[in-house]
Design a protein around this ligand. Structure first.
Ligand SMILES: NC(=O)NCCC(=O)O
Ligand SMILES: [Zn+2]
Ligand SMILES: [Zn+2]
Length: 420
């Protein structure tokens, strides 16, 4: 057991206030916050002068060691969470994708994911469970997996990746009705998988085989259309909905529209979408372009990243994730000659906290309190773990980041903690 810890002279930041205070931690729990805690000889001491003392980041969207397209993402639960912690994220919510189409139960898929994660994960984690088709037994299994024994409180629906993860509209609607009954949250990857498939075929037939085909097969309107559809179906099912990786202005506008109608809709941009645009898909270096292939793609409108940050500032969008889903050069190269075979995914779990600070606070769009909201506390509230997580308060878990707001660093393959 580690000794008690005193963090002195820092500025505590929560989503609703910031103030100078010392923080005392015992057995992993915050036990005191007050102006001047005198450390006893048996206590560890950290001087946090000129530092912010903030709740550990919660990344609500990762894919550690996810099997997909015959490959497995490179960041496993060890290296991926080491990278998370190195960057100030102390909890992730990963996606468990049971092979439900082939009869695997949600509980068996959940057990499979836990057997990968539990022996090596080095931060707190939760799982959202994907429903990839509707089977006669699905409703019962959703009820079991949301029971306290399993503790799942959100489900994921992919409106893309036809033939593997994609769920049909009627199936998603059915499952959303079940979510509403169980008071679970529906999380949606909003794209039009069927139309994308047709566009991919057309592009390949015309000889477009490079990574630019990825973005051309997925026009921005397709994400907006699917986001609108997801919100409509959720409203029909009377179910709150959470749109993952909001990448475009149109998708964000669809979310705002449905919120204005009174629906409960949450929007999650990701670190990559706040920092990068889709010009990379046209890079002459094939591998450079392929590295950015993810779905939905980065917006080709260079003004989108800043607009997404402004919407986070104004409260039209709500929290940030990463969609951390890493593949190496060999894996990306599987799509040479056919962009549809490039594994989809990008990194982010290590750098989200820095990127959101840089693009949000440093750029003048948000204050440190809003920063805490969109990197930690809103996720904690949505996933029902607040104020145990997402807050610096007496009784909360001591998931604390001592943050230097003036540090400068270069994001580099030579220094990151992901699997190389
Ligand atoms: N986003 C992506 O390209 N890969 C990860 C799977 C998903 O979230 O769609
Ligand atoms: Zn997705
Ligand atoms: Zn994802």
């Amino acid at each position: 057991m580690s000794p008690p810890l005193v963090i002195k002279n820092g500025t505590v930041v929560n989503d609703d206030g910031m103030f100078k205070a010392d923080v005392l931690v015992k057995n992993g729990i915050i036990v005191e916050i007050s102006p001047n805690i005198i450390p006893l000889p048996d206590m560890e001491l950290i001087d946090a002068s000129d530092r912010l003392v903030i709740p550990g980041g919660i990344d609500p969207h990762t894919h550690m060691q996810m099997p997909y397209m015959g490959e497995v993402t490179k960041d496993d639960f060890l290296k991926g969470t080491e990278a998370a912690v190195a960057g100030g994220t102390t909890m992730i919510i990963d996606f468990c994708c049971p092979d439900h189409r082939n009869g695997e139960s949600l509980m068996a898929g959940y057990a499979r994911w836990r057997s990968w994660a539990d022996p090596k994960v080095c931060c707190d984690y939760g799982l959202s469970v994907a429903i990839t088709m509707w089977r006669p037994e699905t409703a019962d299994q959703m009820a079991v997996i949301t029971s306290p024994e399993f503790g799942v409180n959100s489900f994921k629906f992919y409106m893309a990746y036809e033939g593997t993860l994609m769920v049909k509209d009627d199936e998603m609607y059915r499952a959303m009705q079940e979510c509403a009954k169980l008071r679970a949250l529906a999380r949606v990857h909003a794209e039009n998988g069927a139309v994308i498939k047709e566009k991919e075929k057309d592009l390949l037939a015309k000889g477009v085989t490079g990574p630019e085909g990825h973005t051309q097969s997925r026009p921005e309107e397709i994400e907006a259309e699917a986001t609108n559809r997801a919100c409509v179906l959720a409203a029909q099912a009377n179910c709150p909905v959470y749109i993952v990786h909001v990448m475009t202005k149109g998708a964000a506008a669809a979310i705002s529209h449905h919120r204005s109608l009174g629906s409960i809709v949450f929007g999650e941009p990701i670190a990559a979408g706040l920092a990068l645009d889709g010009s990379h898909y046209y890079d002459e270096d094939w591998l450079h372009a392929a590295r950015y292939v993810m779905s939905p793609p980065l917006s080709r409108d260079p003004t989108t990243p800043e607009l997404l940050m402004k919407l986070l500032a104004s409260g039209e969008l709500h929290l940030t994730g990463t969609d951390n889903c890493t593949y190496d050069c060999r894996q990306k190269s599987l799509g040479k000659g056919n962009f549809t075979k490039i594994p989809n995914g990008i990194n982010g779990v290590e750098d989200r906290m820095s990127v959101v600070w840089e693009k949000g606070v440093h750029s003048g769009h948000i204050d440190p309190m809003r920063y805490v909201a969109i990197t930690s506390s809103t996720a904690a509230k949505i996933f029902n773990i607040y104020p145990k997580k997402g807050r610096i308060a007496v009784g909360s878990d001591a998931d604390i980041v001592i943050f230097n707001p003036n540090a400068y660093r270069i994001i580099s393959k030579d220094t990151h903690h992901h699997v190389s």
